[in-house]
Ligand binder design. Structure first.
Ligand SMILES: [Zn+2]
Length: 137
């Protein structure tokens, strides 16, 4: 498969691997947003997070938790952003689901999840929207 991340997992393309288990592979991003920026992904090719089976998503996030704790400890940072760009519109540049772990430091000029999109939608239908989502399960 012509997928950059599948080639990294297989070793066809070299990477700075930091962790591997039966389900995931983790490596340092070579275009880091901050020192220690780490990518965690499932070894099998799954295009996006919302394409994942819930059991696979659980395994992925179990390992993300393990890697995040280690990155935080080794880099001795006070916090991390942990997130997924899900879909091209959301900034996903490689169509193989992956989680970013981005170490944060004082005065790094970074933002929070609330700074990604700021369209400030009208909230008059928020209760109706909550019902609609709740009733879809
Ligand atoms: Zn892939």
């Amino acid at each position: 498969m012509d997928c950059l991340f599948c080639k990294i997992v297989s070793g066809e393309i070299p990477s700075y691997k930091v962790y591997e288990d039966d389900f995931v592979y983790a490596f340092l991003d070579i275009y880091p947003c901050s020192e220690g920026h780490t990518i965690v992904l499932p070894k099998k090719h799954i295009p996006s997070f919302t394409d994942m089976e819930e059991s696979d998503a659980s395994k992925l996030f179990g390992s993300v938790n393990r890697v995040a704790k280690t990155v935080e400890m080794i880099l001795d940072v006070p916090g991390l952003n942990i997130g997924i760009n899900n879909g091209e519109i959301a900034g996903q540049s490689v169509p193989h689901v992956h989680v970013h772990i981005i170490p944060r430091r004082e005065d790094d000029n970074g933002g929070s999840m609330h700074t990604i999109v700021e369209t400030h939608p009208d909230k008059k239908n928020i209760a109706e929207l909550a019902e609609k989502i709740k009733n879809a399960f």
